[in-house]
Design a protein around this ligand. Structure first.
Ligand code: FMN
Length: 205
C-alpha cells in the first residue's frame, strides 16, 4: 500500500508517497494539435508561472542551457511574414495555399514559446547533457500548460532548422531551437494514440 500524502519541499518522507492525481494526469497526457488551439491562452502572469515551472528541469551543475522567446500578437504575424519570405527565397513558385501556410505558421495558437537551446560551450557538463536538460524544459512546459488547463503541442517543423530564419528567431551562433511550444485552449480531449510496449523496451539486469 503506497501512502497518499501531501508534502512540502524539505519534509521528511520515510515511505514512498503517491500522488494519484499526478499519476492519472501523466497517464492521460496528450498533445493537442497546434491548429486546434484557440483563445484564451495563458495571460502574462500565468505564462510567467508556466515558464518558472518549465525551468525546474533537472540541470547538471546548474548550467541553465536554455532561454525562452515568447511569440504573441503582432510578433506572430511578423514571424509568419519572415517564414514566407524565407520560403519564397527557396521556391518563388509557392502556391497560394503554401503561402498562407507560411504566413500562419506562428498564428495557430494564442501563445507560442520558442524554447532556445543555449548551451554553455567549453563547460564540464557535456553538451549532450545540456541538450537533455533543455528537452526536459520543453516537456515540463507541456505538462505545466496541461496542468493549468491548457492544451499544448511541441513542434519544430522544418523552419526550426532554416538558416534564413535564425535572425528572426533571435538565435546566437551557438544556439538552436529545441521547440516551438504552442499553448491555448483545446476544444476537445485528443484521442489516445498507440504507446510503446514497456516490457519490450525494458531489460532487467
Ligand atoms: C523535438 C520534437 C519535435 C516535434 N516536432 C513536431 C512537428 O514538427 N510536427 C508534429 O506534428 N509533431 C511534432 N512532434 C510531436 C508532437 O509534439 C507530439 O508528440 C505528437 O503530436 C504526439 O502526441 P503526444 O505527445 O500526445 O504523444 C515533435 C516532438 C518533439 C519531441
Amino acid at each position: 500500500m503506497i501512502n497518499q500524502h501531501v508534502f512540502e519541499l524539505g519534509d521528511d518522507m520515510p515511505m514512498p508517497v503517491a500522488n494519484d492525481d499526478v499519476l492519472s494526469f501523466l497517464a492521460s497526457r496528450r498533445s493537442a494539435i497546434a491548429h486546434t488551439l484557440t483563445a484564451p491562452g495563458p495571460n502574462p502572469e500565468t505564462l510567467t508561472e508556466l515558464l518558472r515551472l518549465a525551468a525546474r528541469a533537472p540541470d547538471h551543475r546548474r548550467v541553465v542551457p536554455f532561454r525562452f522567446v515568447v511569440v504573441e500578437g503582432d510578433a506572430q504575424t511578423r514571424l509568419g511574414q519572415a517564414c514566407l519570405k524565407a520560403a519564397l527565397e527557396l521556391d518563388a513558385d509557392l502556391s497560394d495555399a503554401q503561402r498562407q501556410l507560411e504566413l500562419n505558421r506562428f498564428s495557430r495558437a494564442p501563445t507560442v514559446v520558442i524554447v532556445v537551446y543555449a548551451p554553455v560551450l567549453e563547460h564540464k557538463t557535456p553538451q549532450w547533457e545540456q541538450s537533455l536538460c533543455c528537452g526536459a524544459v520543453c516537456q515540463n512546459l507541456l505538462l505545466a500548460a496541461n496542468a493549468a488547463g491548457f492544451g499544448a503541442q511541441w513542434i519544430t517543423e522544418t523552419v526550426a532548422y532554416e538558416p534564413k530564419l535564425r535572425d528572426a528567431f533571435t538565435l546566437a551562433e551557438h544556439e538552436s531551437i529545441a521547440g516551438f511550444i504552442h499553448i491555448g485552449t483545446a476544444a476537445q480531449q485528443p484521442k489516445e494514440r498507440p504507446r510503446p510496449e514497456i516490457e519490450a523496451l525494458t531489460h532487467r539486469l
